[in-house]
Ligand binder design. Structure first.
Ligand SMILES: [Zn+2]
Length: 178
């Protein structure tokens, strides 16, 4: 069985699982990649594919793939916890390219704060201008109106985990995020 895509050359490393998980700090919530993240906030797993040929793989993709089996580059992983540095497999899910476009389109159209699912509604709610909502099964699920970006961000995170729990009960119920 050789389903390994070129993008997963790291699979050929000896003891890849031990090497990888040694760089992960498993908190009760997110599992954090210990090395410095990229400028966009993602963790990278550095490895040597062929002699003196150094490569990087996105750490959360490696984590998911080690746990669930090979993934291809067109399988996009979504962080349910919004923490790009997190590599906890239960906080990741594969979204289709279409779903991802929907997410991005929604974010670009409405989002002025950079946090997906959180929208600033000018004028509509003066005391609680931050609206939190989550895309679930192609529909928006409201998570409330908040006075601060931080509150709205947290509400979105919790709502996403709640909705995720409904469809993928076992993993999250066994280890609820902190
Ligand atoms: Zn996480």
């Amino acid at each position: 069985m050789d389903a390994t895509h070129e993008s997963e050359q790291w699979r050929n490393l000896p003891n890849v699982e031990e090497r990888f998980w040694a760089k992960v700090d498993k908190t009760e919530g997110c599992w954090l990649w210990k090395l410095s993240p990229s400028s966009r906030g993602y963790g990278f797993f550095h490895y040597t594919a062929v002699k003196n040929h150094h490569k990087n793989a996105l750490a959360h993709r490696v984590a998911y793939s080690l746990t669930h089996g090979p993934i291809t580059p067109d399988q996009i992983l979504d962080h349910l916890c919004f923490n790009r540095r997190c590599v906890r497999p239960s906080h990741l899910r594969i979204v289709t390219a279409k779903q991802n476009r929907e997410h991005l389109a929604g974010a670009q159209a409405n989002n002025q704060c950079g946090v997906r699912g959180v929208y600033f509604e000018k004028g509509a709610y003066r005391r609680k201008p931050w609206r939190a909502r989550v895309m679930h099964n192609k529909k928006f699920v409201e998570a409330g109106q908040f006075a601060t970006l931080e509150e709205a961000t947290e509400a979105v995170r919790l709502k996403r985990l709640e909705l995720f729990t409904h469809s993928d009960a076992d993993e999250l119920q066994a280890a609820p995020p902190g």
